[in-house]
Design a protein around this ligand. Structure first.
Ligand code: KIV
Ligand code: NA
Length: 276
């Protein structure tokens, strides 16, 4: 049985902090799931950390469905949340519902996430009415990078802070079961967390949120083009991989690899027959 929406709500009720992590493929999802992470986000950060785009804007529904399917296959206990790409939940309600349904029905995710507050609340309500759990995402919303003029800390002025609280409340009222708070002052995220009844999940938002989320490629030191200030550093995979592949290449050159134990024997009689 995978983590349920109710269980996520219960974390906040109990005051129990929880970790969410992204994953984009089968083998990573399997490790994250086995480690007991209750929520796996197939983030559209896929675009930057896996597909090599400069932002999340080029990511398509088909990209997301492809990777969400792999994460669902690799997990059995975590709730899998599919991240709706740029402009796939804005044009019409019908298009929004159809795209979200692909995550749930075609890819096997249990919930979807989308960026925005008051302006997407009507879409959130429709999705929830159709039985699709929705996670909100406010603060630094990377799909709006051009409108925000860069990846900057959000909510620093009184007006901006008030707007973010209103966004969080609108998402709660629309039926969202949780909300990601990205890159905002710790005091603001803690205040928002205390003013709404759905769990907040922070990234670059300080310790006062109900849960935390990280991009796994940042956490593992695998994606090094740009490392956000808020990234947890729990491994140095890029360096480990570089060392492994360099050693492999030099072992091939020197004849150390492959060794006997990596080979397969042939029956002596067969090889003799071949030589005749
Ligand atoms: O795409 C993503 O990985 C995200 C998280 C950073 C919340 O949206
Ligand atoms: Na995202």
């Amino acid at each position: 049985m995978r983590t349920t929406v109710q269980q996520v709500r219960d974390y906040k009720a109990r005051g129990e902090k929880f970790a969410m992590l992204t994953a984009y493929d089968y083998s990573t999802a399997k490790i994250v799931d086995a480690a007991g992470i209750p929520i796996i986000l197939v983030g559209d950060s896929l675009g930057t950390v896996v597909l090599g785009y400069e932002s999340t804007i080029p990511v398509t529904m088909d990209d997301m469905i492809h990777h969400t399917k792999a994460v669902v296959r690799g997990s059995s206990k975590a709730m899998v949340v599919g991240d709706m790409p740029f402009m796939t939940y804005h044009i019409t309600i019908e298009e929004t519902l159809r795209n979200a349904a692909r995550f749930i029905q075609e890819a096997g995710a249990q919930a979807v996430k989308l960026e925005g507050g008051i302006t997407v609340a009507d879409k959130v309500k429709k999705l929830v009415d159709c039985g699709m759990p929705v996670m909100g995402h406010i603060g630094l919303t990377p799909q709006s990078v051009n409108q925000l003029s860069g990846y900057k800390v959000q909510g620093r002025t009184p007006e901006a802070a008030r707007r973010l609280l209103a966004d969080a409340r609108a998402l709660e009222a629309a039926g969202a079961f949780a909300v990601v708070l990205e890159t905002m002052p710790s005091e603001l995220s803690a205040y928002i967390t205390s003013r709404i009844n759905i769990p907040t999940i922070g990234i670059g938002a300080g310790p006062g949120c109900d849960g935390q989320v990280q991009v796994i490629s940042d956490l593992l030191g695998l994606f090094t083009d740009f490392v956000p200030k808020h990234a947890g550093r729990y491994a140095r995979l890029a360096a480990d991989i570089a060392e492994a592949v360099t050693t492999y290449a030099s072992d091939v050159k020197s004849g150390v690899f492959p060794a006997a134990e990596q080979g397969f024997d042939m029956n002596e009689a067969v090889i003799e027959d071949l030589r005749r």
